[in-house]
Write a protein that binds this ligand. Sequence first.
Ligand SMILES: Cc1ncc(COP(=O)(O)O)c(C=O)c1O
Length: 402
Amino acid sequence: MTTSTTTNSIRFTRRVSEMQISPTLAVLNRAAELMASGVDVVDFGPGEPDFTTPEAICEAGRQAIARGYTKYTNALGSLELREAIASRYNRRYGSGIKAAHVIAGTGGKQELFNLMLALVSDGDEVIIPAPYWVSFPDQVAFAGGKPVFAQTERADHFRPTMDIIRAVATDRTRGVIVNSPCNPSGAVIEEAELQAIVEFCQSRGLFLVFDETYEFFIYEGRKHVSAFRFFEQYPETVAIVNSMSKTFAMTGWRLGYAIAHPAIISALGKIQSHSTSNPSSISQAAAIGALKGDDSAVRTMYEAYVERRAWLVEAINRIDGIHCDPPDGAFYIFPDVGDLFARVGVHSSTAFADFLLEKARVAVVPGDAFGAGDFVRISYATSMDRLQEGVARIERAVGELS
Ligand SMILES: Cc1ncc(COP(=O)(O)O)c(C=O)c1O
């Protein structure tokens, strides 16, 4: 068979053509290539726990296979799983939600995506605090909407506030997405600000999508404030997205969920029934095992993050020209490296990340990917040894500049 190199017959939709494959993530692809060719790169890129899934959860998955739980389930997820999710929230918050308020999907990402498809119409504006998780703007745009960024400030620890939301709201605003703790900055929203944002959304008939994927990873006495607290009061306004991925080190199982008004859950179910159908039945069984378990393995992982974070924040701040505030949550630090740009001879965090990869053999994610051009994201979901090695390499590479 011969393959033509040019063609007139492949035509993509505007939807797909406008979707960004972040050029800044090119540095991670390059890092992967280097590693595949045997180069020792310290990889600070990962957005997933370095731990394997706790054994009891794996066992629940194995048992599902052994008993033949390998068929389609309801497209919204099995009743047992949806009830287990509802019960976990009810136990924690003293609420009374039911399976009808819950849908399970192939990762929290699918539910975020489907929420945009269900709630955003052409031209609707959706407010996203920046820095933001990379997928939010593209999900909004894919649904036909326009992402509008509300800038948080380093001086406020990147915590979103009502003021920054109000400053960019227009009569075309359709909703707000808040991610707390935030990937990449770790910022955890203050309760009063979240309440003000929820009430603002409610009073204007907007949605508030609240992504609490990193809820378990909060440090130094800060408290997670979930918009779920307002869910029963404002069920038409608030939608929660959560995931098994980070808390239970289950990224590859692809299991996340949304909690929302039953009418919204039905709409999400409709989309799911015509696209992916149910998330893997085996992953659902494993998730039930995780949700009904005692969280002891999760606490062990958390202790490791606490130790790594403390060491890393201090060590990175010893490097001249790098400024890093201790992040509230998640498993990333988000240092300001802008002061080093002139010394390195670059003008962007993407070029700075290239420099680190080439000179230090350390991979970081440039802040450009998250709408924060002076910063880089360093993941500490890696061993203490690798953290120490990576920081030493950055220190050497930066030291050689002056
Ligand atoms: C902020 C945030 N939300 C949602 C997700 C989606 O996670 P998953 O689809 O694995 O549940 C991620 C994953 O990186 C994330 O960082």
